[in-house]
Design a protein around this ligand. Structure first.
Ligand SMILES: [Zn+2]
Length: 88
């Protein structure tokens, strides 16, 4: 259960990194920062899942709130407003 969520958040972090890579348009410093952030990203700290968007964009650890949502899990970030659907 928790592995499914961390896997999905890691995947989201990699996807964010690809997006930021494109925005960096070959700027070596920015690309290095994005790579470093991606290796430092942790999907879970103690009991909190951490927002991959906030980390990749602003190097900020924002805990995600779980939302009760039928059969799938939804995690939402209060800081950037992103939500993550975790399919079962
Ligand atoms: Zn966020």
């Amino acid at each position: 259960m928790s592995e499914r969520i961390t896997d999905a958040l890691m995947k989201e972090a990699r996807w964010q990194a690809q997006k930021l890579d494109r925005e960096a348009k070959g700027n070596e410093d920015e690309l290095a920062t994005i790579r470093a952030r991606l290796t430092e990203y942790k999907a879970k700290h103690r009991n909190d899942y951490l927002c991959p968007c906030c980390w990749m964009r602003s190097e900020q650890w924002s805990p995600l709130d779980p939302l009760p949502a039928g059969k799938d899990d939804v995690l939402i970030c209060d800081v950037c407003g992103s939500d993550f659907l975790i399919e079962r």
